[in-house]
Design a protein around this ligand. Structure first.
Ligand code: ADP
Length: 581
């Protein structure tokens, strides 16, 4: 509670006590009166009304309680008043907030109609020809009594209609406070370019000699019929006599009846049935104030402003998310490229290793190769000499022809051996086709035969059921089998009883081929590192054969592994998927 409110309440209490002693039987009725020109003036303005009420309803003691808008609103909120006489703007606010209800509207006999009696003027000094319309107020200085006065709000509405918002489009908006004369003085001495007062204030000042008739110019002026005052705004209903929510219906009815029967006195003032105050509500709606303040709070701009921190956070998160997505995409693309390059490198390296391995095998087989080729060469030489002898002795044509055919056949056999070796050594891409596992085994054994013969190795092919075809690159699988046979041959080297067995079987959609030997088998380290590239226990070994063989088998969708045979020796087994269709 402010000091002013305390003072006001205290004053009301004193008045009540004084009157209570004088008219102790009479019930007190407190009537708030909005005083915009001081308490005395408020009393005198409504003197005839109070005189009439006291006279008509002597059972009540009517007390005029003057106050400004805030004090009166506080009194209403605290139920300290029974009635209130106030301006139309204040009334609609009390109605919306506290359930106040009008019971009569003041009327001036011979004046304007009560539904259109109140307006405001926006005025300048008469010399200011530059402010001819409300639009011209843009960028100027404007003075008014206070932001919450009804007069200012009326002017605000009209200015907004002309595109000038007094709170943002003026060079200065100043509020002088009461009395109204301060606004007139501000315009008069040039502190402000224009001023806002209620209608008839200027005319009253001229009548009292406080202003010259030609001193001021009313902007966007029109005249109220019946009143003779100028106005810059549209007109609103006159002041109402208002009952408050807690006031008894009986009392309100008695007061209303008294007001409507009030005789017109010298001030031409009396009361009529309450008029419609919707035009005032429209004003509040347009300005989004009072009961419509909520609209202002719920405008898009306001909502955005009140959630600005969350919205900023949201925007930052969105930006962060976009950057994150772009970064992840970039990383994925980079990683895919790197993987692709790594794959390419690995493929090239594997091909290099395969090539090196083939060369190593070829080196191993070089001796037997020489033997293999020297046999047809020796046979060719023999047949050639035989033919020569027969031709010198005039021998049989048929025998000579047989010798020549043998020469050609032996030359072709030598050429075949060389071709096989060259195609084995050449690097190439894997080429899958349907392959009979038995053909693979027999062709590999044919290739391995010269080496086996030279090293006196016994190879046994165990009997087995017929095998389904596999999808495989024949040359690559020959290479695998040759590697395994070569290793097995190395393992039994120097063992007179040494033997290599080949077994083949098919089950569960795969064909399995095994190479067993009667060598020393695999120790722990060999078992662990067997398939590592460059792992070897041989003085001339490269340590490539098994790692390459495994990569070839796996690239065919199969598996290659090794195990020791309980009775001694090693067994290398690999599987190949059966060809579809
Ligand atoms: P390399 O034959 O050039 O050594 P491999 O990769 O073919 O290369 O073989 C690697 C090693 O595995 C051999 O050095 C040997 O120690 C071992 N190994 C391979 N096969 C057998 C086998 N049948 N019996 C015993 N050890 C073997």
């Amino acid at each position: 509670m402010t000091i002013r409110t305390v003072g006001h309440t205290f004053l009301a209490l004193i008045i009540l006590l004084l009157h209570a002693s004088a008219v102790c039987a009479a019930e007190a009725v407190r009537v708030g009166v909005f005083s915009y020109q001081g308490a005395e003036r408020a009393e005198s303005d409504w003197a005839s009304t109070f005189k009439h009420l006291r006279k008509t309803l002597p059972q009540y003691s009517f007390y005029a309680m003057p106050g400004d808008l805030k004090t009166l609103t506080d009194d209403v909120a605290a139920n300290r008043l029974d009635f209130i006489i106030t301006n139309p703007g204040h009334y609609v606010e009390l109605e919306a907030e506290y359930g106040a209800a009008r019971i009569a509207t003041v009327e001036i006999q011979g004046g304007p109609v009560p539904s259109e009696a109140v307006g405001a003027v926006i005025f300048t000094r008469a010399a200011r020809t530059d402010i001819a319309s409300l639009h011209d107020l843009r960028g100027k200085r404007l003075a008014a009594v206070a932001a919450e006065t009804f007069g200012f709000r009326q002017a605000w509405r009209e200015m907004l209609k002309e595109g000038v918002d007094p709170f943002s489009n003026l060079a200065e908006l100043s509020f002088t406070g009461f009395p109204v004369k301060r606004v007139v003085d501000a315009v008069r001495d040039g502190t402000s370019d224009a001023g806002v007062v209620r209608t008839c204030v200027l005319e009253e000042m001229v009548a009292k000699g406080l202003a010259r008739a030609d001193e001021f110019h009313v902007v966007a002026a029109h005249t109220i019929p019946g009143l003779g005052c100028q106005t810059s705004t549209r007109l609103y209903p006159d002041w109402p006599f208002v009952k408050l929510s807690h006031t008894s219906a009986t009392l309100a009815k008695q007061v209303a009846r008294a007001l409507l029967s009030m005789p017109v006195e010298a001030n031409r003032q009396d009361w009529t049935v309450p008029v419609d105050y919707h035009s005032v509500l429209d004003l509040y709606y347009d300005l989004q104030i009072g009961p419509y303040e909520i609209l202002r709070q719920h405008s898009l701009a306001n909502i955005l402003w009140s959630y600005r921190y969350w919205l900023t956070l949201l925007a930052l998160s969105l930006i962060w998310w976009i950057i994150h997505v772009l970064r992840v995409e970039h990383l994925i693309r980079k990683r895919t490229r790197e993987l692709h390059e790594a794959n390419q490198k690995a493929r090239l390296r594997r091909e290099e290793l395969e090539h090196a391995s083939r060369l190593s095998l070829v080196g191993e087989m070089a001796g037997s190769l020489a033997h293999e080729i020297s046999q047809p060469l020796a046979a060719i030489a023999n047949y050639a000499r035989g033919c020569e002898r027969r031709m010198q002795q005039g021998g049989d044509q048929a025998e000579i022809l047989h010798g020549v055919r043998q020469i050609a056949a032996q030359a072709e056999r030598g050429g075949e051996v060389v071709r096989n070796m060259r195609s084995f050594v050449r690097k190439r891409q894997p080429f899958l086709c349907r392959l009979d596992p038995d053909l693979l085994i027999s062709d590999t054994l044919a290739l391995f035969a010269p080496l086996a013969e030279r090293r006196n190795v016994l190879i046994e092919l165990e009997p087995h059921d017929s095998l389904p075809a596999v999808a495989a690159d024949k040359l690559q699988l020959e290479e695998v089998l040759l590697n395994l046979l070569q290793n097995a041959a190395d393992a039994i080297e120097g063992k007179p009883e040494g033997k290599i067995s080949i077994r083949a079987s098919s089950a569960g959609g795969v064909v399995e081929i095994g190479i067993a030997d009667t060598g020393p088998g695999l120790d722990d380290e060999a078992m662990r590192r067997l398939f590592e590239t460059f792992f070897t226990t041989k003085p001339q070994g490269l340590g490539l054969g098994l790692s390459l063989s495994r990569s070839i088998i796996e690239s065919h969708g199969g598996r290659l592994w090794a195990e020791n045979i309980p009775g001694g020796g090693a067994l290398f087994r690999f599987t190949l998927p059966v060809a579809k269709g």
